[in-house]
Design a protein around this ligand. Structure first.
Ligand code: IFM
Length: 490
């Protein structure tokens, strides 16, 4: 497995002081050097609106398990999230994916809502167990028909479909055979992807193969807090490789199908800030674990050499066992050229000298989310510098939960979050980043995984008793920004 440390930059906070002006970079011998940062500290947004390029794609996103409900309708098979949510103690409020936001039945009025907000694009995911109830073999036509209707409904309304093939709802039958820890699942994913390309090949869609392979690997297989609920670092590492291999197989199937549109992968990336000079090495390794372990194989055709091991910041998996999983030709498959790289940005992390991830910016109601809009700019500029041959970028998730679980339509925190992040996005475009679109997470309040229905991420409030939808203040603000194709100052 070829693997050279690259020069991906890691921001230096200095001794607990935010707004640094120094980048720590990993050299080819693995040592860390300080270099001038391209980030001008103390950047302030201009007093005028910041315009986006003509043709910039604006949208909002959901995923199947989080919104659809109807988990046994029309031949859908069980997924790992049905199993996980049905296990006592796994979901904080005991909720399941049914009815969630009942989108499977309310999809038409939800598409009207998207149109009313003036959003030119909608990102949703296909539930694999609706298409192949056991993850292989026979196609369940009723499932395919649902997504055909959804896509046609979008096109009728002039809304561009962005279609995620895998947003965490693996058919349970595949999990019973090892799930993402086994290579066979990558092949099954390629077959399922081919079914969807064939079914929708006439549609000019943005296809995304796998949503956040990092979350599935680490939260689902290392920490056991998401389905399938495994706590084993070597299985987590295996899940990385097999998801990425599945991604590559899907890209190959896309090209072979002759389907219209383009394809990419959705990676959640995390700018890493050392809390002191002594923390630089651990921060560089954390960057390998959080970012380069996914970016390098997809964009450069190699895994980083500094992600796995027992040094501070590393993923303590068995490197030799991991290398043994990577067969000849795998990295060529994984690095099949893409049309777009989808970036999901929620915030940043600090790293201390022993490799602990620590809080350096305030968190939202989601304890893992350290909110730092400038981190988005840093991330986009890092991608520009470190992966100059990357395809155009699109932000496919960015958002914040309501401060409480109560539910409200008055959400100034989200409105300001969106404003600040869009300003950073516009700033990065002005500095040369090829960013072509932005999807807010999420269109609707929905099933937030282990938090169940208790964490609301929607631009649109959902009353889970009545399923009534009411746009929040942030939705109205976002709608105005989208219509004007610019972000206004506060
Ligand atoms: O709700 C999730 C989404 O499914 C994946 N990205 C992060 C969001 C907020 O946690």
């Amino acid at each position: 497995m070829p693997a050279q440390p690259n020069r991906r930059t890691v921001l230096q906070l200095g001794a607990g002081v935010a707004a640094a002006g120094v980048l720590a970079a990993c050299t080819s011998d693995g040592s860390v050097t300080a270099t001038p940062t391209p980030t001008a500290p103390g950047w302030l947004p201009p007093a005028e609106p910041m315009a986006f390029p003509a043709g910039f794609v604006w949208g909002a996103a959901t995923s199947a398990f989080q919104v659809e409900g109807s988990t046994t309708a029309d031949g859908r098979g069980p997924s790992i999230w049905d199993t996980f949510a049905a296990t006592p103690g796994r979901i904080s409020d005991g909720s399941t994916g049914d009815p969630a936001a009942d989108h499977y039945r309310l999809w038409e009025s939800d598409l009207d809502l998207i149109a009313d907000l003036g959003l030119p694009a909608y990102r949703f995911s296909v539930a694999w167990p609706r298409i192949q109830p056991t993850g292989s073999g026979e196609v369940n036509q009723a499932g395919v028909d649902f997504y055909r209707r959804l896509v046609d409904g979008l096109l009728t309304r002039g809304i561009h479909p962005a279609i995620t093939l895998y947003h965490w709802d693996l058919p349970q039958a595949l999990q019973d055979d090892g799930g993402w820890t086994v290579r066979d699942t990558a092949d099954r994913f390629g077959e399922y992807a081919a079914i969807m390309f064939e079914a929708l090949k006439d549609v000019d869609a943005t296809w995304l193969t796998i949503n956040e392979p990092k979350t599935t690997a680490y939260v689902g297989h290392r920490w056991g807090a998401h389905a399938p609920g495994i706590s084993d670092v070597d299985q987590a590492a295996a899940a990385i490789h097999h998801q990425l291999l599945g991604h590559g197989r899907a890209v190959q199937a896309f090209r072979a199908s002759g389907a219209a549109g383009g394809i990419g992968i959705a990676l959640n990336l995390l700018p890493v800030y050392p809390t002191s000079r002594e923390a630089d090495p651990a921060a560089v390794r954390t960057d390998a674990v959080e970012n380069r372990m996914f970016l390098d194989p997809v964009l450069l055709g190699r895994y980083p050499s500094d992600a796995l091991g027992s040094k501070p910041g590393q993923l303590p998996a068995d490197g030799e066992a991991f290398e043994a999983l990577v067969q000849d030709g795998d990295l060529e498959v994984i690095s099949e050229p893409l049309d777009v790289l989808a970036v999901q940005y929620y915030g940043v992390t600090g790293v201390d000298d022993v490799g602990n991830q620590v809080e350096v910016y305030p968190t939202s109601a989601a304890v893992w989310q350290q909110v730092h809009p400038e981190g988005l700019y840093d991330l986009l500029m890092d991608l520009l510098i470190d992966y100059p041959d990357a395809p155009p970028l699109v932000i496919t998730e960015n958002g914040i939960p309501d401060p409480t679980s109560e539910g409200t339509t008055d959400d100034p925190e989200r409105l300001e979050f969106l404003r600040a992040h869009l300003q950073q996005a516009a700033r990065a475009i002005g500095d040369g980043v090829r960013l072509v679109g932005y999807y807010a997470w999420s269109l609707l309040d929905n099933f937030e995984w282990a938090e169940g229905m208790s964490q609301r991420w929607g631009l649109v409030h959902v009353d889970f008793e009545t399923q009534e939808r009411t746009p929040k203040a942030s939705a109205e603000w976002y709608s105005s920004a989208v219509r004007a194709n610019e972000v206004a100052p506060s």
